[in-house]
Design a protein around this ligand. Structure first.
Ligand code: DC
Length: 219
């Protein structure tokens, strides 16, 4: 039983998907990491982020994989931390606008989900990648709350940031992700929306576990 989790950046999708995957013994696939890897490698290779043709050729010669610890490997190099910078966040949002890049990554994601139960998080999982997933969650939170969470995270890593600036960046990415032509971020019709603004991670996990139990009862 595949589980799709979509929502805007910073809503907590990946942390929640990771916890759920552990509890349910599922494989977690963070599809945002794949767009980040593509953006990172394009920058390393000095490929313009709107050169769809060159980026597609590059993807054909690229290996992206995950391990159960949540590490991300780009051509066998662990890039988990390198792809988490602000610059790569924005660059990933840029490459994710390119329809042929999306096609390639969607097909890789669908192959990864073949024959196993996965929890996949991203922007188009419920609407495109795993259209038939029996459980679809659309996780949101206000942009201010997401900026506050990112601020705390940064602080834990010794980085002092500006909440207003973080909120601006989040709003910019939200705009790009919801207004692009190719599979913009939107809630699937059959997705259940959870606004996590005033919830803890554990509360969100519990809520999703209840939804899964309910679904199993009805099956
Ligand atoms: O979830 P994230 O912040 O790591 O995602 C990085 C960017 O990739 C984000 O701006 C939108 C894009 N993305 C996408 O278009 N489709 C996905 N399934 C996952 C991410």
């Amino acid at each position: 039983m595949n589980i799709a989790i979509d929502g805007p950046s910073g809503a907590g999708k990946s942390s929640i998907a990771k916890l759920l995957a552990k509890k349910l013994n599922y494989v977690h696939l963070d599809t945002g990491s794949m767009y980040r890897c593509v953006a990172y490698k394009a920058i390393q290779n000095k490929i313009s982020l709107d050169d769809e043709e060159l980026i597609c050729q590059m993807i054909d010669n690229t290996k992206i994989s995950f391990d159960s610890e949540g590490n991300v490997y780009l051509d066998d190099e662990d890039v988990k931390n390198k792809i988490r910078t602000n610059d790569i966040s924005l660059a990933a949002s840029n490459v994710s606008k390119l329809p042929r890049v999306r096609e390639k990554l969607v097909s890789l994601q669908q192959n990864m989900a073949k024959n196993i139960s996965v929890i996949m998080d991203g922007r188009d999982i419920g609407t495109v990648v795993l259209k038939d997933a029996p459980i679809k969650i659309f996780l949101t939170a206000t942009s201010l709350e997401r900026a506050k969470r990112r601020y705390k995270q940064n602080l834990e890593n010794g980085i002092i940031s500006d909440i207003e600036q973080l909120q601006k960046e989040i709003d910019q990415r939200d705009y790009q992700d919801t207004h692009r032509k190719a599979s913009p971020l939107k809630k699937a019709e059959d997705a259940i929306e959870i606004d996590s603004s005033t919830m803890t991670i554990d509360e969100v996990v519990e809520t999703i576990l209840k939804i899964i139990k309910q679904k199993e009862k009805c099956a």
